[in-house]
Write a protein that binds this ligand. Structure first.
Ligand SMILES: Cc1cc2nc3c(=O)[nH]c(=O)nc-3n(C[C@H](O)[C@H](O)[C@H](O)COP(=O)(O)OP(=O)(O)OC[C@H]3O[C@@H](n4cnc5c(N)ncnc54)[C@H](O)[C@@H]3O)c2cc1C
Length: 351
């Protein structure tokens, strides 16, 4: 039996523990959180993440507890849609449900330790850093030069028990801020972002909500209705952190997965999805190849793709939160909307 130590029992760590071959590996997962988080905002599951959920055997259960996201619009601050995106089969799973289902897929043979790991244990074997954006494994093995970097943007998000209004679904781009409304299990999921000097850590949710209510007061009525119904107990506030690009996700007997490898801004909704794909890719390679080859293949397969997504997410954040360039952005998007409408009418009349 080979030994694998997974630091972090979040999305990536649990998915990896669930997918590793228990007849080949002795796996230990260290997780500092003693129980599931109490606030579970929604994560959109893209097709590649759905395939990863199928690989660990929980896709059907995940679909069962999650609403299909359907179509949503990118809108201006007043709520007028610029473009509508059909979400197809994307569903939005609560983070709590996802963690619970991943937990249920982890075999009993995996040892679980509830502890904040500060030093790697002796005889750790292969060490997997699945410990998120502030990864201690990344710092210990790759050095402090690649520590996470704080962005100027705040992410405030939550759920309300009221059913989502289908006409309000989408993302509202204002001047230097954005607001999103989507379905959540049993209600409405919402999120907001803007440049803020709150934090970077220990942000008071009530204060962030107060700022949001002031900031979005002149925006679409749907946003104001959500913020009126929002309570701090069902909300989370944090600054957005990202990690600098690494030349490899592997160094010696250490490997990084999920946010520890590539924490990106949330604007494309891909971080958790790519964490799941990292986990099943690494597990399948380790299950079938000698360790050294498996690790090299993992880094090759995952690094360029995830780093391209990180760059695309950052670019999306700049467009969505445009400040000085907001009037130009809005004009371009309005033009694109008019052109699309003309094309639709033209093709509708058979020309
Ligand atoms: C505002 C916001 C919105 C987002 N929306 C989406 C979305 O819609 N779709 C999407 O796909 N992604 C989204 N993401 C990204 C997603 O949350 C992350 O990519 C995902 O959680 C990464 O999973 P992970 O397992 O790598 O890390 P984490 O979820 O951070 O898990 C790391 C785990 O390691 C544990 N840990 C850390 N250090 C130690 C230690 N030293 N010892 C023991 N345990 C430790 C932590 O307690 C935690 O449980 C969003 C992120 C943010 C900030």
């Amino acid at each position: 039996m080979e030994t694998i130590t997974i630091v972090g029992g979040g999305i990536a760590g649990l998915a990896l523990a669930a997918a590793l071959d228990p007849s080949r590996f002795h796996v230990t997962v260290y997780e500092k959180r003693p129980e599931l988080p109490s606030v579970g905002t929604v994560l959109a599951m893209w097709p590649n993440a759905q395939r990863a959920l199928a690989r660990v055997g929980i896709l059907a259960q995940a679909r069962e507890v999650s609403p299909v996201l359907g179509s949503g619009s990118i809108r201006n601050a007043a709520g007028e849609p610029w473009m509508t995106v059909n979400g197809g089969e994307l569903f939005g799973i609560s983070r709590v449900d996802l963690l619970r289902l991943l937990e249920s897929a982890v075999p009993r043979s995996v040892s679980r330790v509830t502890r904040h790991l500060r030093e790697l244990p002796a005889e750790a074997g292969l060490v997997v850093g699945a410990d998120g954006v502030h990864s201690a494994v990344r710092r210990q093995v790759w050095g402090a030069a690649v520590d996470a970097r704080v962005t100027s943007c705040l992410a405030l998000r939550g759920t309300i028990p009221a059913p989502v209004d289908p006409d309000a679904v989408g993302e509202y781009w204002g001047k230097g801020d954005l607001f999103g409304i989507a379905a959540s299990p049993g209600g409405t999921n919402w999120y907001a972002s803007w440049r803020s000097d709150l934090g970077p850590s220990g942000i008071d949710v009530e204060l962030a909500l107060e700022q949001a209510r002031q900031r979005f007061a002149g925006h679409a009525p749907a946003i104001r209705q959500v913020l009126v119904a929002t309570v701090p107990e069902l909300s989370l506030a944090q600054r957005i952190w990202t990690t600098p690009p690494l030349r490899s996700y592997v160094r010696g007997a250490a490997v990084l997965v999920g946010d520890a490898a590539h924490a990106m801004t949330p604007n494309l909704g891909r971080g958790a999805c790519e964490s799941l794909v990292d986990a099943v890719t690494l597990a399948d390679l380790l299950n079938t190849l000698p360790q050294e080859r498996a690790l090299a293949a993992y880094s090759r397969q995952r690094r360029l793709r995830t780093q391209a997504l990180s760059r695309a997410s950052a670019a999306m954040m700049r467009v969505a939160l445009a400040d000085r360039a907001q009037p130009l952005r809005d004009r371009l998007l309005s033009l694109a909307r008019r052109r699309n409408a003309r094309t639709a009418v033209g093709s509708g009349s058979g020309r």
